[in-house]
Design a protein around this ligand. Structure first.
Ligand code: SF4
Ligand code: SF4
Length: 311
């Protein structure tokens, strides 16, 4: 298990209050992590070659632009690539966009991920996204656009509205997950459950994530805060210890190396639990299996299976 990305959700305050926000962020949100500790972690990552990229998300991280700039600078100084996720609220004109992105590019920014879809566009004009795309092309910053959709929702109009500025960007379309605000605002039937749970397998993507509650998680999934899969408190353990814990966790070992049937079969046959036949994606099943108060019930099973692997 390699972790090539160290991600920080710095705080949960946001300019928007999207109906589908997995972290239920809003202008009123107050949780944040200690920036000095973030800097310590970034500096510690210099000695850890496996970590190639430092990623920053929120909330909306451009709300604290000077801090963001400083974090990108420090990450570049220690030899890492950097990536930022944003809703683009700040890109109100090409000039304003250039001002912000020029400084970030000079500090080493490599990649910008813009979140924009029907729900974001209730708060952020699509023109802002066009500004970011134009200026990023000019400054040679890689851009991706993350679009989240519910079942039966059409996204063609939105892409048409962005127009030809979209060509240099990579587009990532994700099914909306039943977590955070989405779980409150949308009826369960709106989520696009097309995956058979028999096919579910964790596709964790190699990211170690530290969220605004200070907990360290072994992936950057939208559901991860709703699970008990955290591996420590970043105020108490070093980055090296966090990586060690993530790599020597028996539950995570089986989650990454077996299909998720490994857990559902045990859960259904021994614990008498029932799971839906269809899920949005493996992360939804992960949430159902490993809610905070449910992780422990796999302990004896996992230890038995781990011992049999060692023999
Ligand atoms: S989805 Fe993104 S832009 Fe919308 S409230 Fe959440 S963090 Fe803010
Ligand atoms: S299946 Fe679980 S561990 Fe894997 S990426 Fe999804 S939430 Fe993370």
């Amino acid at each position: 298990m390699a972790y090539d990305t160290l991600g920080f959700a710095l705080f949960n305050k946001c300019t928007a209050k999207c109906k589908h926000c997995c972290f239920s962020c809003s202008p009123e949100s107050q949780q944040r992590i200690d920036i000095n500790r973030v800097i310590q972690y970034i500096k510690e990552s210099e000695e850890i070659n496996e970590i190639k990229t430092i990623a920053f998300t929120g909330g909306e991280v451009f709300l604290e632009y000077p801090t963001l700039l400083k974090l990108v600078e420090i990450s570049t100084e220690v030899g890492k690539n950097t990536s930022i996720a944003t809703n683009g609220f700040w890109a109100v004109s090409e000039e304003a966009t250039y001002d912000k992105l020029y400084q970030l590019k000079k500090s080493g920014l490599k990649h910008l991920s813009i979140s924009h879809d029907r729900y974001h566009s209730e708060f952020i004009s699509t023109n802002n996204i066009k500004n970011i795309l134009k200026v990023s092309l000019n400054l040679d910053i890689q851009v991706s656009i993350a679009i989240v959709k519910l079942k039966d929702e059409k996204i063609g109009d939105l892409i048409d509205k962005i127009g030809s500025d979209i060509y240099p960007a990579s587009i990532k379309i994700g099914a909306c997950m039943p977590v955070g605000s989405a779980q409150i605002n949308f009826n369960s039937s709106k989520f696009d459950r097309t995956m058979d749970i028999k096919d579910a397998r964790c596709t964790y993507g190699g990211s170690l994530s530290i969220l605004f509650d200070g907990k360290i998680y072994p992936c950057c999934s939208q559901v991860i805060m709703d699970t008990g899969l955290y591996i420590g408190d970043f105020n108490k353990i070093s980055l090296e210890e966090a990586l060690y814990k993530a790599k020597n966790n028996a539950l995570l070992y089986f989650l990454r190396n077996e299909k998720m049937e490994f857990f559902t079969n045990y859960s259904e046959n021994v614990l008498d639990e029932i799971y839906p036949k269809k899920i949005v994606n493996p992360c939804e099943l992960c949430k159902l299996l490993f809610e905070s108060n449910k992780v422990e019930r796999f302990h004896d099973y996992i230890m038995k299976e781990a011992k049999s692997k060692i023999k």
